[in-house]
Design a protein around this ligand. Structure first.
Ligand SMILES: [Zn+2]
Length: 185
């Protein structure tokens, strides 16, 4: 993980906060030659109102939600930007069983995403499948632990307390999803 990787991941983290989804926020940015060429976060398609009622209706929300990675691709298309040979940084969740296909099709060369083991419990099989296929076509896939991002700012001064607090809030936010997974996914 280079200094620039860390910088872009922090940016992806910031972009994830722009999502209105109350439970899952994913940010994605595509970078080439240290320049940001596209960004995206999860949200409803344009023109479809993302009011609190729909956002809380889980089945409707999941059906409507455009994932951060796909929105990044659509934003690039809208502006006529090629994502060929770019590195994509994802914050929030590992690349899922749908989005990996988009990333392959636009010619991404590297993906830096949250660790499947640590952050993708519910979608583990699909995420592993996608990772395997991305690697098969030559995309470099690097995984990182979102809990450890805090320690990047102060090497050697890693606060166990920060880790604990972040983990607590993550489990609280994603608790319903993890539970659903265990109950029958
Ligand atoms: Zn996805």
């Amino acid at each position: 993980m280079t200094k620039w990787d860390k910088r872009f991941l922090k940016l992806a983290k910031e972009i994830a906060t722009w999502s209105k989804d109350p439970s899952t926020q994913v940010g994605a940015i595509a970078v080439r030659d240290k320049r940001i060429i596209a960004t995206g976060y999860n949200g409803f398609p344009k023109g479809i109102e993302d009011n609190a009622r729909t956002l809380e209706d889980r089945p409707a929300k999941l059906r409507l939600m455009v994932h951060g990675e796909m929105n990044m691709i659509f934003n690039a298309v809208e502006h006529g930007v090629s994502l060929k040979d770019s590195t994509v940084y994802v914050w929030g969740l590992p690349v899922c069983e749908d989005c990996f296909k988009g990333l392959i099709q636009v010619g991404v060369s590297r993906v830096v995403m949250p660790s499947i083991e640590e952050h993708g419990k519910r979608w583990k099989l699909g995420c592993e499948f996608g990772k395997c296929k991305m690697e098969h076509v030559g995309i470099q896939v690097d995984q990182y632990n979102m809990y450890h991002v805090w320690s990047w700012d102060t090497p050697g001064k890693y606060m166990a307390e920060d880790h604990y607090n972040l983990k607590q809030s993550f489990d609280k936010e994603h608790g319903d999803e993890i539970e659903e997974c265990e109950n029958g996914y």
